[in-house]
Ligand binder design. Structure first.
Ligand SMILES: Cc1cc2nc3c(=O)[nH]c(=O)nc-3n(C[C@H](O)[C@H](O)[C@H](O)COP(=O)(O)OP(=O)(O)OC[C@H]3O[C@@H](n4cnc5c(N)ncnc54)[C@H](O)[C@@H]3O)c2cc1C
Ligand code: HEM
Ligand SMILES: Cc1cc2nc3c(=O)[nH]c(=O)nc-3n(C[C@H](O)[C@H](O)[C@H](O)COP(=O)(O)O)c2cc1C
Length: 1196
């Protein structure tokens, strides 16, 4: 019996419809089943007659969608005796359930009550398969909740399971329809047959021969790209574009032009994400308690559907502009031979998606790994070239034909060996609908106790790397093993990269022909070598896939033109892919069936004690430290021993030598921020020393994971330091147990920190139940955590110490007079107009041009008074803090604590609001506060933030909150010091430092009318006569030693500050008779009103010290509007000359990271790549930053 067609009734509810096998009769009742059976009998069918006329079936079709239906049967099922007429699957399951008691099952790791073998499958079943098979043999049974998976890495068994025609893959992912669920890859039954038939007709050998010119056309374009970037090119990224262009051209006659644009079309990442989610669903779907992944998945899927619908409609309506000979054109015209129906719109979409999904990534991997292996072996390359010369008879420019490609026999072997060692598809699946006998073992349908599904996972990768079939050198790349005489001795199922049986890959010839075309065209023109400094890294989620460049990977190769002369030397042998994968698997737990990290004495197992955690953090302004402390608190609640340290408190050599926490080897968790591409101050020494630790392949028995804290506005140096720390830790032999994760201040920062915390803690769950609890707890963590109560402020009768004194005596600050404080903007008195102050801080200390001044702000007296009133406390009362990490232990006045320690105007965090809720005496107010503290997407908090309220505003609004002074201090946001670039030169001002400070302004809506408020520190500075501050060195931000070196300075607004200092310095040098190089200043401001230091800059311009280029973003005449980066682009030639390899010039960027620096980076990348590949531009910019010739000093 087939089920096909899901229609909707008038209420919009999905109605399942059952049809007979020939698709003609719709089944409504058991009578219909009986009638169909009897008709069959009459028409001479071979079907066995039902013997028991007192037939009784209690059958319910619970879920049908396509042909993937589940059966449930009632208590009467024992009476079932209807034979195997139309309901074979049910019959077989029933028989199977009886058999289950007597059957012999394949070996299975010990199971736990609910989750079964879930723990053995996480975090990635396909990676775990290697270890499971090694430990339990080539056929392993696993239970995951109610489903059963039989992992099979035995060619003998493959032969048997290949006979099963159906896949029965899940049709639902997080409760949404699966990707391409009606396409050939997933569908079963008649729908599959129709789809397969229609596609196969278009992929015959003749049809593929006719595609060779398309393949070749794209590869010729690639040739050009390689020629332009021969030294260093990420082939993984480029091949991905080639294969995408090919599959779109062949699939729907559209030239996507991926190769012509630096960005990949949106479609591609969508595929990868959606497919990955789809594949992992059966394992992880249960954890989507919040429904976040479901929402995300639905969103992505509908985007994909939308894109494909547009394409299909264009083809159907004849509006499509590309080729009319595409697969889609043929599919639109196809008719099912059995029912004469055509494909529906959604089926067409799914077929198209199937082709794109099944054909793109797989072919990309084959082509990339093929080239990579050739690059590693000059011997293979020579042999291939000799064959090419022979086949093309010396004319190596002639376009290849299908016939030429067939004659390339050695190339065939190279392609096969690539497919063997780097099988692009690791597993093929079959759903069990009947018991299958494999030697002594029986594989049973119906999942666990008939409640779920049973699958066979054919472990393609395991078989193709098995030493039993491929010998001791199974992990080496040796194409000759595919010589015909040797292949004749193969087991028929030991080489199955394209699966097998009726479900054999439909695109195998397509992929092989495309691979051979590419290799032919590239190798005829170039020698290819690997780049030892840029080794390939495997994606931990998928051992067939290299990490993409965007995640610190890429497959970087170098090419030398064959016409350019000499053959390049063979490069030092990097680790073979086999070894890389092996070490990856060892790390992943090949011998244990779990990727949980190992301990010196054995391995993490679920019953072992929890390891101690050493949490290292590197940051400057508290974000990273808070994230580290939150992690520590969560871990302590789960009974971990935890130590938290700033990174520089630890030496990498000691850490790697086995530094102990509580006499035990700790797991190391590193959270580190990046500052303009550099480590934060408290991590600089650690990072430098780590870089110098020699590489080691010995396991240091240290397990680590890194969280990169950063801001993606810094596009060229986003989480740069974290990436380096992660890389160097691994290089030094430590074991990365979680891939590098990032938390972006610009995008869902808290959420990322939380999910990393959850990933870390789940890793060390003590049992699978713990693990599940961990996921549920994470999902249920809906209200922000209340800040723990630890601060004790006891009344004191001693005279208070002032906080400013504490800063000076204990923290290295100075209290300095402000000798002048002037306005630099016109109209500054208007509340909303810009105001920038030039502030001269007397005797600030010794400094260099480019350094910063760190200022300690304080709340205004009015704010302090307001706080005292609300908290009902006296500013003069004295208290002492015991055991506080943040407050000194001296007696302090409450007024001073309120002035210097808590930020009375900052936006309260959700944790603060959750803590306040505890003190609300009116339940309505408590509920509202808790609502604001609820963590979810599009939360009430997000909207509330737009009101820009302060903690005092909250206390005014929630009058019933009755909170004591110490608790208020504990939960309030804390004041952080602010940095200002010094806008003067010590040559001109001695130890006085000048600032150029913009008064930050924003609108707050505390009452009905919005009011303009000013930033804490800048408004304080605007009217200050004294300031607590210290010089903060910025060693990266220095003028070139030789004053005659030309420089370019690019800035906007107060980004001018350090350059004003530079100019003063150069002017002084000039006065002292030293030649000074030209300063090209690209300065952006709104209009003449905030043209800072206009007269002075114009004077320097006139004197030839400076070449001034001012861009107005809001000029009176709109025609003159331009941004700094426009000016920079206009001067492309001068910029490139300044930065040329043989030049010495430097370019500095200062100002806003999110606008100016981002735009400037993009222009620089474009100029440096000569309008070509952005990755090349980024690499060159990176190189110039490393050399200190491009310097960013930008802020948020
Ligand atoms: C390396 C470095 C160099 C710098 N150099 C300079 C320089 O030379 N000149 C200069 O002017 N600045 C410079 N800055 C920026 C400076 O450090 C301060 O960030 C800036 O002056 C704003 O601080 P503030 O205390 O006045 O404002 P904050 O009180 O910190 O407010 C800043 C912004 O936060 C938001 N905000 C504040 N309170 C709330 C609330 N309750 N609700 C919602 N949003 C709120 C508003 O958007 C406001 O504009 C530099 C920064 C760095 C890191
Ligand atoms: C190197 C490239 C490729 C590899 C390694 C590969 C591998 C596979 C594997 C292992 C299967 C599952 C077979 C099974 O279940 O037994 C499969 C199925 C499939 N592949 Fe490929 N594939 C590749 C390229 C392609 C291309 C280029 C296309 C399309 C043009 C394609 C289309 C399909 C389809 C439609 C199926 C489903 C077949 C069915 O279930 O009937 N594949 N492929
Ligand atoms: C001056 C400055 C420079 C920064 N540079 C970078 C950078 O190069 N790359 C990056 O990813 N983030 C950068 N950031 C963002 C910080 O890394 C981010 O704000 C982080 O949360 C700071 O952590 P901390 O508060 O613990 O110091 C920068 C921030 C500032 C203020």
């Amino acid at each position: 019996m087939e089920v096909f067609g899901v229609s909707e009734n008038s209420t919009g509810t999905a109605v399942r419809r059952l049809f007979s096998e020939d698709g003609k009769t719709e089944i409504f009742s058991l009578q219909d089943l009986k009638r169909i059976y009897e008709n069959r009998e009459e028409s001479g069918s071979q079907v066995r007659r039902a013997t028991d006329q007192g037939m009784k079936i209690d059958l319910e079709v619970v879920s049908t969608d396509g042909s993937n239906f589940k059966w449930k049967w009632g208590s009467d099922h024992a009476h079932y005796s209807f034979g195997d007429l139309l309901i074979r699957p049910l019959w077989r399951s029933l028989t199977g359930s009886r058999q289950a008691r007597s059957a012999r099952h394949p070996p299975q790791p010990p199971v736990l009550p609910t989750t079964g073998n879930l723990k053995d499958c996480l975090p990635d079943l396909w990676v775990q398969c290697f270890g499971l098979v090694e430990r339990y043999g080539p056929l392993v049974k696993l239970r995951i909740f109610d489903d059963v998976v039989y992992v099979c890495a035995d060619p003998e068994v493959v032969d048997i399971v290949n006979q099963i025609p159906d896949k029965r893959l899940p049709k639902e992912v997080f409760g949404c329809k699966a990707v391409a669920g009606q396409g050939v890859f997933i569908a079963d039954g008649q729908r599959w047959e129709f789809g397969r038939h229609a596609l196969q007709a278009q992929l015959t050998p003749e049809a593929i021969d006719s595609l060779v010119p398309i393949f070749a056309g794209k590869c010729l374009k690639l040739q050009e790209i390689i020629a332009a970037n021969a030294d260093n090119i990420d082939m993984f990224a480029w091949v991905e574009k080639v294969t995408m262009d090919v599959i779109c051209d062949v699939g729907f006659g559209h030239n996507l032009k991926c190769m012509e644009s630096p960005e990949m079309p949106e479609l591609l990442p969508l595929f990868d994400e959606v497919i990955e989610a789809s594949i992992n669903t059966s394992l992880y779907g249960a954890f989507d308690v919040l429904g976040t992944r479901k929402r995300w998945f639905e969103g992505q899927l509908s985007k994909l559907d939308g894109m494909l619908d547009e394409i299909i409609e264009a083809v159907r309506e004849g509006k499509h502009t590309g080729s009319s000979n595409s697969l889609l054109h043929h599919l639109c015209a196809a008719k099912c031979p059995l029912t004469a129906r055509g494909f529906t719109q959604s089926e067409l979409r799914d077929q198209l998606l199937t082709m794109l999904v099944a054909g793109h990534k797989t072919t990309t991997l084959l082509l990339t790994w093929g080239l990579y292996h050739i690059a590693r072996s000059a011997r293979v390359e020579k042999k291939l070239f000799a064959e090419l010369r022979q086949v093309f008879e010396g004319d190596l420019t002639r376009p290849p034909t299908g016939e030429d490609l067939r004659r390339l026999k050695y190339m065939d072997m190279v392609v096969r060996e690539t497919l063997r060692l780097c099988a692009p598809v690791q597993v093929a699946q079959r759903g069990l609908t009947q018991p299958v006998q494999c030697g002594e073992y029986t594989l049973l349908p119906g999942g666990h106790s008939g409640r779920g599904n049973s699958w066979v996972a054919i472990h393609i990768m395991g078989i193709s790397r098995s030493k039993k079939y491929w010998g001791e050198d199974a992990l080496e790349f040796i194409p000759e093993r595919f010589e015909p005489a040797k292949m004749a001795k193969f087991h028929p199922f030991q080489f199955i990269p394209f699966g097998g049986g009726r479900r054999l890959c439909i695109g195998n010839l397509f992929a092989i022909t495309q691979a051979k075309t590419l290799l032919c065209l590239i190798l005829r023109k170039f020698y290819v070598r690997t780049i030892p400094e840029k080794p390939v890294q495997i994606d931990p989620k998928d051992i067939a896939t290299p990490l993409p460049a965007s995640r610190g990977g890429g497959v970087w190769l170098q090419f030398t033109g064959r016409d350019d002369g000499l053959e390049p030397e063979e490069v030092a042998e990097p680790p073979t892919l086999g070894n890389m994968a092996k070490s990856f698997l060892d790390e992943g737990g090949a011998d244990r069936g779990s990727v949980y990290p190992r301990r010196s004495s054995g391995c993490w197992n679920f019953s072992g004690p929890k390891p101690p955690l050493l949490i290292l953090w590197g940051g400057q302004f508290g974000t990273t430290q808070s994230a580290a402390q939150d992690l520590a608190k969560s871990a302590q609640q789960r009974n971990f021993e935890v130590e938290v340290k700033a990174m520089d408190e630890v030496k990498p050599s000691e850490l790697l030598a086995g530094l102990k926490v509580k006499d035990e080897q700790p797991v190391v968790l590193i959270l580190i921020a990046t500052y303009n591409g550099h480590p934060p101050e408290n991590a600089a020494a650690f990072c430098k020393a780590l870089e110098e630790v020699p590489p080691s392949d010995k396991s240091a028995d240290i397990n680590f994971a890194v969280l990169g804290v950063g801001n993606s506005n810094w596009i060229s140096t986003y989480i740069k330091v974290a990436k380096e720390v992660d890389k160097h830790m691994a290089r030094a032999g430590a074991r990365r147990f979680l891939p590098l994760e990032v938390a972006d201040k610009n995008d869902c920062f808290e959420k990322s920190v939380r999910s990393w915390r959850q990933a870390v803690l789940s890793t060390f769950a003590n049992s699978p139940e713990d693990f599940v609890q961990e996921q549920i707890a994470a999902a249920a963590e809906q209200i922000a955590e209340v800040i723990p109560e630890t601060l004790e402020l006891a009344p004191s009768s001693k005279p208070p110490t002032s906080m400013s004194e504490h800063f000076v005596t204990s923290l290295g600050y100075e209290s300095c007079k402000i000798s002048s404080n002037e306005e630099l903007c016109q109209r500054a008195e208007d509340a909303e107009a810009p105001s920038v102050r030039q502030i001269r801080v007397a005797s600030a200390g010794a400094y260099c041009c480019g350094d910063h001044l760190e200022v300690r702000p304080r709340n205004s007296a009015a704010q302090v008074e307001r706080a005292c009133r609300r908290l009902a406390c006296q500013a003069e009362s004295v208290v002492v803090a015991s055991d506080s990490e943040e407050l000194p232990s001296d007696p302090l006045s409450m007024g001073d604590i309120l002035a210097y320690h808590v930020d009375l105007s900052a936006l309260p965090s959700q944790e603060t609001l959750a803590s306040l809720a505890q003190y609300a005496t009116k339940s309505q107010e408590a509920t509202s506060l808790r609502q604001l503290a609820t963590i979810k997407e599009d939360s009430a908090y997000d909207e509330w933030c737009e009101r820009c309220l302060s903690l005092l505003d909250v206390l005014d609004e929630f009058r019933s909150v009755s909170i004591g002074f110490s608790r208020f201090v504990e939960v309030a946001p804390k004041i952080k010091p602010r940095l200002y670039s010094i806008a003067s030169s010590p040559l001109a001002r001695g130890t006085d430092a000048e600032l150029c400070c913009r008064v930050a302004k924003y609108q707050a809506c505390a009452s009905a009318l919005p009011e303009v408020r000013s930033g804490l520190c800048s408004s304080m500075l605007a009217s200050a006569t004294e300031v607590i501050c210290k010089i903060k060195e910025a060693p990266h931000m220095r003028l070139p030693k030789d004053p005659s070196t030309p420089i370019a300075c690019v800035c906007g607004g107060t980004g001018l500050a350090p350059f004003y200092g530079f100019l003063q310095e150069r002017e002084q040098c000039r006065k002292q008779g030293t030649a000074s190089g030209l300063v090209q200043l690209y300065f952006g401001c709104r209009n003449e009103e905030d043209f800072l230091h206009q007269a002075q800059l114009q004077r320097w311009h006139a004197e030839g010290l400076l070449s001034l280029k001012v861009s107005f973003s809001r000029p009176r005449d709109p025609a003159l509007k331009e941004y700094v980066y426009h000016a920079l682009r206009r001067d492309a030639e001068a910029v490139l000359e300044l930065l040329s390899e043989d030049g010495l010039g430097c370019l500095y960027v200062c100002g806003s990271a999110s606008t100016l620096a981002k735009d400037v980076t993009n222009v620089l990348v474009d100029l440096l790549s000569q309008h070509g590949d952005a990755t090349v531009g980024f690499a060159r910019l990176d190189g110039l930053q490393e050399k200190g010739r491009v310097i960013f000093d930008v802020w948020g």
